[in-house]
Design a protein around this ligand. Structure first.
Ligand code: ADP
Ligand code: ADP
Length: 223
């Protein structure tokens, strides 16, 4: 019962040009239900490419992608976008919160976009902000929050629509080491509390070791 199942994934950029670069070369990766997997890769190895394909933001040249048992290969752009909104949450190194909205509103808005009623969306946002200890700051705009608080709000936004899979790219990479440590612990707790499955890219081996399994991306495959 894999939540993410990547099989035989191949991706080449600029095919046929002098600048052609084969990034993923028959990559296989499975993330089980409730499993938290660390993805470790040197810069340029194709980590972002892999996360974008797993998160239905980009398509592979070959291979299959399944999320929660559903084949995502060969979908129309529209069906893929719908599946992404429903099934996947993303967290990046920078929070990308909307600056003109409060922390709470940043967690509410994606729910409204998905058709959740306002009252329910507000309650969900407050429950999530409470889980990560930012509820007292819910009425502040991102600029008034610390880096760690901003990133915690971004975690809540990613989980607001109850995705099955969380994909994170250096989720605490822009924080100082001590804050990074604490905020990362919060992310892990949130993932555990909500029963999510996660694939989390990081350069930090100490953080990687706190996850269920560490995989390495090398020469276009998982080793
Ligand atoms: P990472 O996230 O591990 O640093 P990326 O997935 O961003 O790696 O990139 C892997 C390789 O693919 C790099 O050599 C990069 O230059 C190349 N690449 C990434 N995106 C594109 C693109 N849109 N067009 C051409 N080459 C790309
Ligand atoms: P409860 O079911 O009592 O609300 P949970 O521990 O299941 O307690 O959830 C705590 C909070 O996290 C609740 O607000 C819940 O809606 C939210 N939550 C639970 N699962 C998910 C999920 N997969 N994605 C996002 N939020 C979730």
């Amino acid at each position: 019962d894999a939540v993410l199942d990547l099989s035989g994934i191949e991706k080449t950029y600029n095919r046929g040009l002098p600048s052609e670069v084969g990034v993923l070369r028959g990559l296989d990766l499975r993330v089980a239900k409730g499993e938290v997997v660390a993805l470790v890769a040197p810069s340029g190895a194709g980590k972002s490419t892999l996360l974008h394909i797993a998160g239905l933001l980009d398509t592979a040249d070959a291979g299959t992608v399944a999320i929660a048992g559903r084949a995502m290969t060969g979908l129309s752009d529209r069906a893929r976008t719908e599946a992404r909104r429903r099934e996947v949450g993303f967290v990046y190194q920078f929070h990308h919160l909307l600056p003109e909205f409060t922390a709470a509103e940043n967690v509410i808005l994606p729910q409204l976009a998905n058709g959740t009623a306002r009252r329910e969306a507000e309650a969900k946002a407050m429950a999530l902000l409470d889980l990560v200890g930012v509820a007292p700051r819910a009425g502040h705009r991102p600029a008034a929050l610390s880096g760690g608080e901003q990133q915690r709000v971004a975690f809540c936004r990613a989980l607001a629509n109850r995705p099955k899979l969380l994909l994170a790219d250096e989720p605490t990479g822009n924080l100082d080491p001590e804050t990074s440590d604490r905020v990362f612990a919060t992310l892990l707790k949130l993932v555990r509390d909500t029963g999510l499955s996660a694939l989390i890219a990081t350069h930090n081996l100490d953080l990687a070791r706190r996850m269920d399994r560490v995989v390495r991306l090398d020469a276009g495959r998982i080793i």
